[in-house]
Design a protein around this ligand. Structure first.
Ligand SMILES: CC1=C(/C=C/C(C)=C/C=C/C(C)=C/C=C/C=C(C)/C=C/C=O)C(C)(C)CCC1
Ligand SMILES: [Fe+2]
Length: 570
């Protein structure tokens, strides 16, 4: 598309979004500590001029050589933009590299996340509500090209066209226009048609090279082109498994895709598997919940070489809260401590449950990894499953409200988290253990947004990369490399900046588990945005690759090697 066409198409976006009427009775953006003017500020002085309302306009030409704008990152000279909406719908251009990128780093890093939290003057409430923004950094020959683009979900396109929320997001819901239409809304919820497809959570490359963005609705699986960031279209599951929601984190390898589908009617979970190159999930087995009126939230789950681990935590889905117009303190969920906490283990080959144990209460969104513990004869005696565990405290969900993130910077309000290690015995014992894998002080009692070397998936492993904390802070502000054998951590920190998920990319041919680089997009204190590249072993900075502007906080990442189709086995 030519710059002129870009300008024209995004003018429509600008007109629709900025023309959106603020909804009466709702908290306004200005009262959230951010003026709408802030959203309208130019991306770069050379590219845009300031306007009084949110403007989503691309620069008239790509910025080929972003100029240094103060501070260490590109586009600085302002203030942290992690919690502000992305300033334009799309951008692409060459990036300035400070330091030296390894020549073997040849491919594309993608990061997905909720980057647009404003419709006109109206500001969304929760971090997880934002419309998906996909960020790309493509590395080749020591150079880098960057881009970002909004994902064209139905939810985003409808919001753009109508200037209002049209589908049920994490906490935002469309305002019913009358009693009848409200009743109608209940029907649309049960059919799934009012649920969002805003795929703002994860991004994965399937074994056949297709790249899919995901959220917790099944309809929110959207294929994108990793080179152009174009939205290719819905990823249609061609099977009869049904369900409206699934785990936002399927487990994807070169050959397969594992997912969990919670059953809200008959509380339980369906475990399903899909071959690379296929769109058809196959039923593997079912876990019935042991407690509570509904299944526990399964944002993610781990697998081992032979088993799928199904967590059942006391933070459970709540059909009533799914229907509410206004968010509850726990959003779509409810805390049922008395219902108990369980870990179930299913055999991948037979679909049979081989263990179902009660464990201490826990709250986790992200499992790190799991593996099989064996005895001297090689018999599997237990499953070890590690996660970012929030000390059985749901407070983190409230802390991730945008108002809190914007208004409490520098205050020590981030709830403590740890690496929680489950041991699930396979000898029929009724109880499993949950312990702290290393002293949480090693990583400042912050722990989330984790990754590992993908070659260790489901196997015994030593290192995990995650966001940790340097106190005082209101959000994880370090990148930590956790050594689960030595029980120590190495930490990267830069005062006032917010790094996102550190993503491990192994060096081709590597033998050592930490031989590779760790990439994290960082929002600098001065408004800058850059991809930080750390050496996986030493955890020293190798390079920072600077965008000419700061980007909003984002969530999960994937790596797309060059020649993804020929390198994939699908
Ligand atoms: C729950 C339902 C939905 C939406 C779910 C979404 C968008 C969930 C996203 C969850 C994420 C991104 C969790 C990340 C947690 C990160 C943490 C705790 C980081 C902490 C830092 O220290 C709908 C799709 C709206 C459908 C109904 C159900
Ligand atoms: Fe996640």
């Amino acid at each position: 598309m030519s710059p002129a066409m870009l300008q024209a198409s995004s003018f429509r976006v600008s007109a629709a979004l900025s023309g959106a009427a603020a909804r009466p009775g709702r908290q306004q953006l200005a009262s959230q500590g951010q003026s709408s003017r802030a959203v309208a500020q130019p991306l770069a002085a050379s590219a845009l001029t300031e306007a009084p309302a949110p403007v989503i306009v691309p620069p008239s030409r790509p910025v080929d050589a972003p100029r240094r704008r103060g501070g260490r990152g590109g586009g600085g000279g302002g203030e942290l933009v992690a919690w502000k909406s992305v300033r334009q719908e799309r951008w692409e251009g060459a990036l300035e590299v400070e330091g030296e990128l390894p020549l073997w780093l040849d491919g594309t890093y993608l990061r997905n996340g909720p980057g647009l939290w404003n419709l006109g003057d109206y500001g969304f409430r929760h971090l997880f509500d934002g419309y998906a923004t996909l960020v790309r950094v493509s590395f080749r020959g020591g150079r880098a090209v960057g881009a970002h683009r909004q994902i064209e979900s139905e939810a985003y396109k409808a919001a753009r066209a109508h200037g209002k929320v049209c589908y049920r997001e994490f906490s935002e819901v469309p305002i019913p226009e009358g009693f009848l239409s409200y009743v109608g809304q209940l029907a649309t919820l049960f059919s799934g048609s009012s649920l969002t497809d805003n795929s703002n959570t994860g991004v994965v490359m399937l074994g056949d090279g297709r790249v899919i963005c995901l959220t917790e609705t099944i309809k929110g699986s959207i294929e994108v082109d990793p080179d152009t960031l174009d939205t290719v279209g819905k990823f249609q599951y061609k099977d009869k498994l049904g369900g409206l929601i699934h785990s936002a984190h399927p487990i994807v390898t070169d050959t397969e895709f594992w997912t969990l589908i919670p059953d809200l009617i008959r509380p339980g979970y369906v475990v399903a598997r899909m071959d690379a190159g296929s769109n058809e999930r196959k039923f593997v087995g079912r876990v019935n919940c042991r407690g509570g009126p509904a299944p526990g939230w399964v944002h993610s789950f781990p697998i081992t070489e032979h088993y799928v681990v199904v967590p059942e935590m006391p933070l459970r889905y709540c059909a009533k809260n799914l229907l509410r117009a206004e968010p509850t303190p726990l959003y779509k969920f409810e805390w049922h401590l008395q219902s108990g906490s369980y870990m179930h283990v299913m055999c991948k080959a037979s679909g049979k449950i081989v263990a179902s144990v009660e464990v201490p209460p826990f709250v986790t969104f992200h499992f790190i990894n799991a593996y099989e513990e064996t005895d001297e004869e090689g018999r599997v005696t237990a499953i070890i499953a590690d996660c970012c565990e929030h000390n059985a405290n749901t407070a983190i969900l409230d802390k991730l409200r945008l108002h809190n993130l914007r208004s409490t910077a520098g205050q020590d309000v981030l709830p403590d988290a740890r690496v929680g290690r489950f041991r699930i015995p396979l000898d029929g014992s009724p109880f499993g253990e949950l312990e702290t894998a290393l002293d949480p002080e090693e990583h400042g009692r912050g722990m989330d947004m984790c990754s590992i070397n993908p070659s260790r998936l489901g196997k015994e492993y030593r290192y995990a990369y995650a966001c940790g904390a340097r106190r005082p802070c209101n959000f994880p502000n370090t990148i930590t490399k956790v050594d689960l054998v030595e029980r120590t951590a190495k930490n990267w920190h830069e005062e006032g900046s917010v790094p996102s998920e550190p993503f491990f990319v192994p060096r081709p041919g590597a033998v050592q588990e930490d031989d590779g680089v760790v990439i994290s997009m960082v929002s600098g204190k001065d408004g800058s945005g850059y991809a930080l590249v750390l050496d996986g072993e030493t955890f020293e900075e190798i390079a920072r690759v600077k965008f000419p502007y700061g980007l909003p906080y984002g969530l999960h990442c994937c790596w797309v090697p060059r020649n993804r189709h020929s390198s994939s086995k699908g």
